[in-house]
Design a protein around this ligand. Structure first.
Ligand SMILES: *Cc1c(COP(=O)(O)O)cnc(C)c1O
Length: 393
């Protein structure tokens, strides 16, 4: 079955929907039992899809988890939902490590994941070491006796290096280290992480799965080997999300394949226009040759999405306001993955630890929404003209 079909049909079992198209929103804290025997039976296996207590999920949550699992293929043994993408990521990591362990984290990782590894993870007695996102199989040189997991993100946040995940997985397997991947950018539609040997896959569902910028929610999926620890961690720390949010994520998911195709097409139009602009140094879009790891993207990914960056030849963030302040169609904001376009001025040089980000001018990250790409280009073109006037002083 093609992914476009799976996304429409998965998670729509009658036990969830009772014969209507979508599952109802089961708002629940207390679940009630008629008899003591029933209570015991439903508690026999806390991970069964039994109504037991609100925190352990409802049919609305299970419909979403089932649908997300179906998109990942056979190797996904379970899916846990979290109140945000970051909670899913940090829980995935904490579930796979213990005090005294060492973890390797890509230097291109999402900034709050970096913050977590430098604070809470460190305080828990786990040493986090950054590595060059383009390291590939050479990661073997960084593996230690106590390396418990390797964190990958492809492409990287802000800078879009496409990692050679299969090469990293090969090195990890020999050392019995777990590979955890943040797959938010590509989604399961464009990157089948489990097929490339990843053990735990994290999605900030807040982004493309929800798709409308109105819900915070995360998902972590694990293979058979890693699922028990992930489940146990989520249960012990009380991880859950509201049924309303699970419902909205499931509704968003149903249209994700058509939305992503349009995000991809629009983003490529804007990226190609930027790549030909004389004031732009380079465009960091996995589908364009200037992006580190472009060849790996071609080899492993089945498409691109709406998020990428471009680097200006000259000037600095001091003049970023000239470019962004008067844009009509791009607002500034964190997060992305909704239907609307966004822009974010940034300087990736400032935080890298194990790899250099070369840039003369500032970097702008774009999320290209579902607006008409010609309108987006006209708007951006005027912004770049204002910026060029500003840097001449
Ligand atoms: C946004 C994002 C997250 C975190 O998701 P939230 O739902 O905002 O907590 C994690 N990873 C990546 C790559 C993201 O872009």
């Amino acid at each position: 079955m093609k992914k476009e079909t799976t996304i429409v049909s998965a998670g729509r079992g009658k036990e969830y929907t009772h014969g209507i198209v979508n599952p109802p929103v089961y708002r629940a804290s207390t679940c009630i039992f008629d008899t003591y025997a029933e209570m015991q039976e439903r508690n026999a296996d806390p991970y069964q899809k039994h109504l037991y207590y609100g925190r352990k999920g409802t049919p609305t949550h299970w419909a979403l988890s089932d649908a997300l699992m179906a998109l990942e293929g056979e190797k996904a043994a379970g899916c846990l939902l979290f109140p945000s993408g970051l909670a899913a990521m940090t829980s995935a990591i904490l579930s796979q490590v213990k005090a005294g362990d060492h973890v390797l984290i890509t230097d291109s990782a999402y900034d709050p994941t970096r913050y977590f590894s430098q604070t809470l993870l460190k305080d828990s007695g786990v040493e986090a070491e950054y590595y060059d996102p383009m390291i590939g199989g050479n990661i073997v040189d960084l593996l230690r006796e106590n390396t418990a997991c390797i964190i990958v993100e492809a492409p990287g946040s802000l800078t879009f290096e496409v990692q050679d995940v299969p090469a990293i997985v090969r090195a990890a397997k020999d050392h019995k280290a777990t590979v955890i991947m943040d797959n938010t950018w590509a989604t399961a539609l464009n990157y089948q992480a489990f097929e490339y040997g990843v053990d735990v896959v994290v999605h900030a569902a807040t982004k493309y799965i929800v798709g409308h910028s109105d819900v915070m929610i995360g998902a972590a999926l694990a293979n058979e080997a890693c699922l028990p620890a992930l489940r146990s961690y989520a249960m012990a720390t009380g991880q859950t999300c509201s049924a309303d949010d699970a419902y909205l994520a499931l509704r968003g998911l149903r249209t994700m394949s058509v939305r992503l195709k349009q995000h991809e097409e629009n983003a490529l139009a804007v990226a190609q226009w930027l790549a030909a602009h004389p004031a732009v140094d380079r465009v960091l879009h996995p589908a364009l040759p200037d992006c580190p790891g472009h060849e790996i993207w071609k080899r492993d990914f089945s498409g691109s999405t709406g998020l990428f960056s471009f680097v200006m030849k000259d000037g600095s963030l001091d003049h970023a306001a000239a470019l962004v302040d008067d844009l009509h169609h791009y607002k500034m904001g964190f997060s992305w993955g909704g239907y609307e376009s966004l822009i974010l001025p940034t300087d990736p040089r400032s935080y890298r630890k194990k790899s250099k980000f070369q840039a003369n001018g500032p970097t702008f990250r774009l999320h290209i929404g579902l607006e008409d790409p010609e309108d987006l280009i006209t708007d951006l073109s005027a912004g770049i003209d204002r910026y060029l006037v500003a840097i001449k002083g």
